[in-house]
Write a protein that binds this ligand. Structure first.
Ligand code: NAP
Ligand code: GDD
Length: 342
């Protein structure tokens, strides 16, 4: 009989890749989505007919219990979150309720219905904040720098406590930034790849405004990372695993690489530019720094030490930094030219 998996956050980047990954493994996939005033069909168009959709919200325990009673899955992947760090300062309580307390509600629903359901929690490298250690491993201290980060720390500890107190097979994947052409356009990598594509295809003729260019992140490819989620739940014993590439790059490097893929030379200086940021003398695109995009507290450097995952569950990333940037920029260019579907 096919294994059954419930995925929360099915409309998000990872929900898409994980659903496809599990479908390829022969799973029956149930994607949970919350009520929306607009049709969600477009966001899950590529999964239509392949997965079963169920209504629920991680802030509502009864909806979770109902789903688990009806589906009785083998595995439960909690990917739901308010995941955009800047919004966590402006939507403080809802971030804490979804990204933090929501994890506890998922675990409680499992405890109340069937403790044999294996649980994956989407923990984050944001929990490390400005930790003094680099690279960061499973023992590095958490010093979160945002309401998103400290909500994730709550979810992380809830997961460990349900494992230790109730014997639930519950694991934390401490995932570093992972990106793709399904990434929301407010995240910096997709913002850059999409702008580069607009400039390349003549849909935009001037600048890209970015915040802190010096922040460094360990960026990997989402498709590689969902495999790690699944691998964790196939282990005899649950655990907590750092997942990342072990390489770190600045936002400036990402932008330079992205413009490079499109064959565009970036001009960084503001000298001689008009109010739009366009340099009429050279005709080159300019990346300008917009201080409104700076965060109340920044994480300067994230870099994973994924040794435990490699040695214990056999996971390794397949896509490097340059490969990732190429995939994203080329996809966005083709998409804007109307050659691909999205
Ligand atoms: P994403 O694209 O922002 O997707 C988040 C998903 O959560 C969306 O489907 C969203 O649904 C859903 N959601 C939000 N509030 C909900 C609620 N109250 N009840 C049910 N669903 C709700 O995030 P992602 O990049 O796929 O990341 C997946 C998970 O991994 C998140 O928990 C994120 O925090 C974590 N994570 C991501 C990264 C990364 O680099 N991508 C790294 C570490 C950890 P709507 O469409 O209704 O908003
Ligand atoms: N979003 C954004 N937009 N970030 C910018 C910009 C900009 O215009 N300019 C510079 N940055 C910098 C941010 O200050 C941050 O240091 C870095 O780029 C990455 O920002 P995001 O892409 O928004 O991602 P994040 O690192 O804050 O968070 C993502 O990764 C986490 C894992 O470490 C999210 O996916 C989180 O949900 C995830 O947990």
């Amino acid at each position: 009989m096919a294994k059954k998996a419930v995925i929360t956050g099915i409309t998000g980047q990872d929900g898409y890749y994980l659903a496809n990954f599990l479908l390829n493994k022969g799973y029956e996939v149930y994607g949970m989505h919350r009520r929306s005033s607009l049709d969600i069909e477009e966001r899950i168009a590529d999964l239509r007919g392949k997965i079963k959709l169920v209504h629920g919200d991680v802030t509502d325990t009864s909806s979770l219990v109902n789903i688990l009673q009806k589906v009785n899955p083998d595995e439960f992947y909690n990917l739901a979150a308010q995941s955009f760090v800047p919004d966590s300062w402006t939507q403080l309580e809802s971030t804490a309720e979804i990204t933090g307390l929501g994890v506890l509600k998922c675990l409680e629903a499992i405890r109340l219905t069937n403790r044999d359901i294996k649980f994956y929690q989407a923990s984050s490298s944001e929990m490390f904040g400005n930790t003094p250690e680099s690279p960061q491993n499973e023992n590095s201290p958490f010093l979160p720098r945002s309401p998103y980060g400290f909500s994730k720390v709550f979810g992380y500890h809830a997961t460990i406590n349900y494992r230790e107190s109730f014997g639930i097979h519950a694991s934390n994947g401490i995932l570093f930034n992972h990106e793709s052409s399904k990434r929301g356009k407010q995240f910096v990598t997709r913002k850059i790849s999409h702008s580069v594509a607009e400039i390349k295809t003549g849909k935009q003729d001037y600048s890209l405004g970015l915040g802190n260019l010096n922040a460094k992140r360990d960026w990997g490819y989402a498709l590689d990372y969902v495999e790690a989620m699944w691998m964790m739940l196939q282990q005899e014993k649950p655990g907590d695993f750092v997942i990342g590439t072990g390489e770190t790059h600045s936002v400036r490097e990402f932008a330079e690489e992205a413009f490079g893929v499109a064959g565009i030379t970036v001009k960084w200086e503001k000298k001689g530019v008009d109010e739009r940021g366009y340099d009429a003398t050279t005709g080159r695109e300019i990346v300008s720094v917009d201080s409104r995009l700076f965060r109340p507290a920044e994480i300067d450097l994230l870099c994973a030490d994924p040794r435990k995952a490699r040695e214990n569950i056999g996971w390794e990333p397949k896509t490097d930094f340059k490969g990732l940037v190429k995939i994203m920029v080329e996809h966005d260019i083709e998409n804007l030219k109307g050659k691909t579907g999205g």
